[in-house]
Design a binder for this molecule. Structure first.
Ligand SMILES: [Zn+2]
Length: 204
């Protein structure tokens, strides 16, 4: 059968079904749309919150959540790797874009950037990269929050212990071009700190 498809969807040694290149991709190339068939709901919609539990959502422009129709394969099937060859972009309908040269047959992988709280072993990683970190998620603990303070003017102050811990992970993120995850980590810590102080926690 003749097909213009640039990727295949099939079983992956990493997990479940994955996305595989059918041709060569260079950094910057569009590999595959995130979800050819999808729906968008407001970020605060109960359906969006429920979908987030399944980890099958994409927050777009901070206001919308893209929910893929899983009867149609797409970039949402990309597995995580600690040394990804592509990245997910959430603007518009969402897309997977090449970040390192990809050869035909290679599995197309992205970095999930999941940040958890108090669940350090939640998502074991089987990406097989030489520098695999063992887990997909980066976990922050209550103890981490004890190493930071939020001043009256909302300035966040970290002590040397937390600073060193975050710098170590920051170095890894930088090496794979995923520095934006640092913001998620910082936001998670701030949310944790605010909750511990007994003030109202915003859902987002
Ligand atoms: Zn890994």
């Amino acid at each position: 059968m003749f097909s213009l498809a640039t990727v295949d969807f099939r079983n992956s040694p990493i997990a479940g079904e994955g996305v595989f290149a059918k041709r060569r991709f260079a950094p910057g190339d569009l590999v595959v749309p995130y979800a050819p068939k999808q729906r968008r709901v407001g970020a605060r919609d109960p359906e969006a919150v429920a979908a987030a539990e399944t980890k099958l959502t994409l927050l777009s422009e901070q206001h919308w959540v893209v929910i893929p129709d899983t009867s149609v394969p797409g970039g949402w099937l990309c597995n995580h790797s600690c040394n990804p060859n592509a990245a997910i972009y959430s603007d518009g309908a969402g897309r997977i874009q090449c970040t390192r040269p990809i050869a035909p047959g290679d599995e197309v992988t992205i970095f999930y950037g999941w940040v958890t709280h108090g669940e350090p072993t939640r998502d074991p990683c089987r990406c097989g990269a030489p520098r695999c970190r063992g887990f997909i998620n980066y976990d922050v603990s209550d103890e981490d929050a004890d190493h930071m303070r939020i001043l009256e003017d909302n300035t966040v102050v970290m002590d040397d212990v937390l600073r060193a811990k975050l710098a170590a992970y920051g170095g890894f993120l930088k090496s794979i071009g995923q520095e934006q995850v640092q913001e998620t980590i910082a936001n998670t810590l701030v949310r944790l700190k605010r909750r511990k102080r007994g003030s109202v926690v915003c859902a987002y």
